[in-house]
Design a protein around this ligand. Structure first.
Ligand code: ATR
Length: 291
């Protein structure tokens, strides 16, 4: 157990609920292995008190904060500065001290980007399918747009949500590559190979035996699959991708990397690969994942 001293920097997570978050494990181990005098705790904050909590944290000299559900949008109003990608997405999960207050970042998306780099998945010039049009999809669609994807097909149960997201990203980034479609219209997709990213909650444990698209023909169009779900570790979507001899990844690295990216922003450091892998193993054990 590390010693908490007068010099110990305090970081934390604001959200509601926060008690079962994996973030304390990630950050306290990163601090221990990197030999940085930092402690990470959780703060349960009510929705009406986000601005007060952020202001109070700044005055208490809190070194850095993460923000989770349901405050990732609301917190933007309490910042003095915001990273452009986080602003476009409209969600912030990491606060870094700046002059007079906190600056906001979205390391959920920076973590996802890092996972893609790890897996050698190149968005630039490639065709992408995003399944889902919720908060997670929004961040990923903006990343694809920013990285210069050739086309972004957003397939969603509710067509209007897909179309709205496509419109938002095209407008914000001044592009014309995002298209919203109804999920069952996947047979209308062009005859190409797509990087396919699954962002819905379909297939999440205990509904392990569900995928947002069950028809095997769809998976002929998938060049590589990424599911943001990490429990079970191999979702039905991933199994369907693999049935066509293609590679599929789950969302566990994304979860770890959002933490690593926040830790690196706070401490102006680069965490080594060895330490990242060590924390990855600890996380897997702690989360009690279904194989
Ligand atoms: P998050 O912020 O985690 O992305 P969300 O905003 O609730 O979560 O978004 C959930 C996404 O999963 C949406 O795209 C939703 O589709 P709708 O826009 O039609 O609601 C999709 N989704 C959730 N349950 C689904 C189901 N049973 N079948 C298909 N899509 C589903």
């Amino acid at each position: 157990m590390r010693e908490i001293k007068g010099t110990t920097k305090v970081c934390g997570l604001i959200g509601n609920p926060v008690a079962h978050s994996i973030s304390p494990l990630i950050h306290n181990h990163l601090a221990e292995f990197e030999n940085i005098d930092l402690a990470y705790v959780t703060f349960k904050v009510e929705s009406s008190k986000v601005a007060e909590a952020v202001k109070g944290a700044y005055e208490l000299n809190v070194f850095g904060l993460n923000v989770t559900v349901p405050h990732k949008n609301e917190v933007i109003n309490a910042l003095v500065d915001i990273d452009p990608l986080a602003r476009d997405i409209g969600a912030v999960n990491t606060l870094v001290r700046a002059k007079g207050g906190f600056k906001g970042y979205n390391t959920d998306i920076l973590g996802f980007q890092r996972q893609l780099i790890d897996a050698n998945i190149e968005l630039m010039g490639n065709d992408v399918i995003i399944i889902g049009a919720g908060g997670a999809a929004r961040a990923i669609v903006f990343l694809c747009g920013q990285e210069g994807a050739n086309s972004i097909y957003i397939l969603n149960r509710t067509l209007e949500n897909a179309q709205q997201l496509a419109k938002d990203v095209n407008k914000a980034l001044d592009i014309n590559v995002a298209i919203g479609m109804k999920i069952e219209d996947y047979n209308l997709l062009p005859n190409k190979q797509f990087i396919t990213i699954q962002t819905t909650s379909v297939g999440l444990h205990p509904n392990d035996d569900c995928a947002p698209i069950e028809n095997l023909d769809f998976y002929d169009k998938v060049s590589v699959g990424v599911d943001i779900i990490y429990n079970p570790t191999k979702t039905k979507f991933m199994k369907l991708v693999e049935s066509k001899e293609k590679i599929a990844y789950n969302g566990l690295k994304m979860l770890l990397y959002q933490g690593v990216c926040a830790f690196e922003l706070w401490n102006e450091t680069k965490v080594s690969e060895d330490i990242i892998m060590h924390v990855y193993e600890l996380m897997k054990k702690e989360l009690n994942l279904v194989e």
